[in-house]
Design a protein around this ligand. Structure first.
Ligand code: SAH
Length: 396
């Protein structure tokens, strides 16, 4: 097999089981390899280290499939890894009953570049690396075998594919579009999932536990849900007895789906909900000036910093909305604030929120540190997996 030979001293991160091999660590390729081919990763002194997928166009030149340099990467390998990922989701009781569930979370499940989300009996697959792309058929077969799901739809229409020299692609890989629209029940609330045109694979599964926490906190509170998308936090807040829920997003279609979701849940009091199409930055400022105040504010913005190089501008944007969030809180109010930017770590985010409270002249404390739900595990050796972090703060 072709060998990917590392420069002297560049085997350290592999020794720590980090699965990425950057171009700058590579000395040379001994043989030929096409994008996505499996190569033997070898230290400068000739010691075999791992088996990885080769990606000539990406800065991440190799992604490790196995740290066992002898393990064969074939259909059976994907069957084992996919089955283990699916099995892992049965360990925690609360995951067993979820209709919407992330089955494969990339590197943290030992499958770099592979994301698979299950909505009822439909799986949405996203392949973002040359290696994952190459093994599409094996992964589809393994998912079908491990879950019995009759339908698999591909949503590989993300820009990061271009970094790997891959074109965007979407379509049915197994079965065909169901007749009825797809919905899931999440903690007692029915939600529409648009797997074709929705964000990510259709839904933000990572916030499931945090949305549930909102339900537990909402009773008797006036709630503001910023960046609401299709209303996941809003509906849980209504379920928890919020006195009012104002939901803001800049996307008209997302808001329309939010209103449809509310209609799918006749148990909720729709008269308490208001949906507003607006830019959150402008709208929060306007509400601050008009004196409108809330008891629970959720800030779940899009990824401002996809990588560390965007961290400075992203930090300013996070600070801006958090200053406004603190200013709009009634005394004793709660702020649930998030960052899903890989380029901003948990400590940095906490510093930003602390600075925001200072600017807003509010004293506040952290009641809980928040993260993605456990169907988005974080491999101990892959801190990049910890992209979503949040704080539940209470202000004086
Ligand atoms: N909290 C949501 C997910 C939020 S995703 C959930 O639980 O499902 C981020 C959302 O921010 C997207 O819906 C996007 O349309 C919206 N958005 C991005 N920039 C915005 C802006 N400047 N003002 C308002 N909404 C914005």
């Amino acid at each position: 097999m072709t060998q990917l030979i590392l420069l002297p001293g560049k085997d350290r991160s592999l020794a720590h089981r980090h699965p990425w091999i950057f171009a700058g660590s590579v000395d040379r390729l001994n043989g030929r390899a096409r994008p996505g081919d499996t190569v033997d990763v070898v230290a400068a002194n000739g010691r075999p280290l791992a088996r990885a997928a080769f990606s000539p166009e990406s800065k991440i030149r190799g992604r490790v499939w196995s740290f066992d340099p002898e393990e064969v990467v074939d259909d059976a390998f994907f069957k084992r890894r996919v089955a283990a990922a699916v099995e892992r989701r049965t360990i925690l009781p609360e995951l067993r009953e979820q209709e919407g569930l992330r089955l494969i979370h990339g590197e943290s499940d030992g499958l770099p570049g592979v994301v698979a989300d299950r909505y009822g009996d439909t799986i949405v697959l996203q392949l973002t690396s040359a290696g994952a792309d190459k093994w599409r058929k094996a992964i589809v077969g393994a998912l079908h075998k491990a879950t019995g799901c009759p339908r698999i739809y591909e949503r590989s229409d993300v820009n990061v594919r271009r970094l790997e020299g891959l074109e965007p692609t979407t379509g049915w890989l197994l079965g065909e579009a169901p007749d009825e629209r797809l919905t899931i029940v999440e903690n007692g609330v029915r939600m529409k999932v648009d797997i074709v045109a929705g964000h990510k694979t259709g839904f933000y599964l990572d916030q499931r536990d945090n949305r549930l926490m909102t339900r537990d906190l909402a009773a008797g509170r006036a709630v503001l849900n910023c960046f609401c998308y299709t209303g996941g936090f809003s509906l849980q807040a209504l379920a928890g007895g919020a006195t009012s829920v104002l939901s803001i997003d800049s996307s008209g279609p997302a808001l329309a789906t939010g209103a449809e979701n509310l209609a799918l849940n006749p148990q909720l009091d729709a008269s308490r909900a208001e949906w507003r199409e607006a830019d959150v930055f402008n709208d929060l400022r306007a509400m601050k000036n008009s004196g409108q105040r809330f008891d629970l504010i959720i800030l779940d913005p899009p990824k401002f910093a996809p990588s560390a190089s965007h961290a400075d501008s992203a930090a300013r944007a996070y600070k801006d909305i958090n200053v406004l969030g603190f200013r709009l809180l009634n005394p004793g109010g709660l702020l649930m604030t998030y960052s899903c930017s890989g380029g901003i770590g948990p400590e940095h985010f906490q510093q930003i929120v602390a600075d925001a409270a200072v600017d807003a002249q509010r004293d506040a404390r952290i009641l809980r540190r928040l993260a993605a739900s456990p169907d988005h595990p974080v491999a101990l050796h892959f801190s990049e997996g910890e992209y979503l972090k949040g704080l539940l703060c209470q202000a004086d």
